[in-house]
Write a protein that binds this ligand. Structure first.
Ligand code: GAR
Length: 275
């Protein structure tokens, strides 16, 4: 363990507005995050995250998933895949369609799109791949590409207290269920949907009369702070993975300031907007 932060190179993947990305760009520029956003990628050409990256002078690319999802999966396409689909289907936990041909076709399309991503990402040699509002499932092909030799290099932020409310509607699901506390989770990505080893979690209150917009704004303020902290922990080698006898991987954070950081997140979760 060392406290000397190494500046990490990040590839950030985003599908939407990119406020998490913006927070990273700003914090890297002001020096409060020991990292550099080396490249930004999106699955949609209209993602504002791409504009934010370009404005900051960061290389930005779109791999348009829509065009891949409509692709006809011919024998030739199948023959050109970088991996055996059957093998991949055995290890994946995200596609549940009972029809195996349907599953394999969907997997093939996802892998082709992911190969578009990995080809670009590799050119920028990032230390970590940060999903920041990337609304696509990633397959074991993508995960295996970056996690060779036991490394865990893909991180996701999810706007709910996992394992509650996985998926793409974390704030809405928390709010509609009537939860009195919402949460944010940052985790390493594994083969399931939002099931990977948890690195950090924090909660925020949901007050009577709150609207979903207020809940989301409260949560997003935490997201920005937490993502920066997790990257700083990684940069300082404060994060270790421990395999439990059950097989589940647990993250141990060895920061002496850990309790103070959690208290800071609690205070932030109660702070008024703009304070
Ligand atoms: C964030 O709330 C992030 O946690 C969520 O998307 C939003 C992106 O906002 N991610 C997921 O729901 C992943 N399943 P942003 O584009 O403004 O950063």
């Amino acid at each position: 363990m060392t406290d000397m932060p190494k500046k990490l190179r990040l590839a950030v993947l985003a599908s939407g507005g990119g406020t998490n990305l913006q927070s990273m760009i700003d914090r890297c520029a002001e020096g409060s995050m020991a990292a550099e956003v080396a490249v930004v990628l999106s699955d949609r050409p209209d993602a504002n995250a791409l504009n934010r990256a370009e404005k900051a002078g960061i290389p930005a690319f779109c791999v348009d998933y829509k065009s891949y999802m409509g692709l006809e999966v011919t024998e030739e396409v199948l023959g050109n895949l970088p991996i055996s689909l059957e093998e991949l289907d055995r290890s994946q936990q995200i596609l549940k369609a009972p029809d195996s041909l349907q599953r394999l076709r969907r997997l093939a399309r996802l892998i082709l799109a992911e190969r578009g991503l990995t080809d670009i990402i590799d050119r920028f040699r990032p230390d970590y791949i940060c999903l920041a509002g990337f609304m696509r499932l990633v397959t074991p092909y993508f995960i295996g590409h970056f996690n060779s030799s036991g490394a865990h290099r893909i991180i996701n932020i999810h706007p709910a207290l996992l394992p509650s409310f996985p998926g793409t509607r974390g704030y809405e699901d928390t709010f509609i269920y009537g939860c009195k506390w919402g949460g944010i989770t940052i985790h390493f990505v594994d083969e399931g949907e939002d099931t990977g080893p948890i690195i950090a979690q924090a909660v925020y209150p949901v007050f009577p009369g709150d609207r979903i917009e207020q809940v989301r704004a409260r949560g997003l303020r935490l997201e920005y702070e937490m993502y920066a902290q997790v990257i700083n922990w990684l940069a300082c080698n404060h994060i270790e993975l421990e395999a439990l006898p059950s097989g589940r991987l647990h993250v141990q954070v060895s920061d002496p300031q850990y309790a103070d950081i959690l208290k800071k997140w609690v205070r932030l979760s109660f702070a008024q907007p703009n304070s």
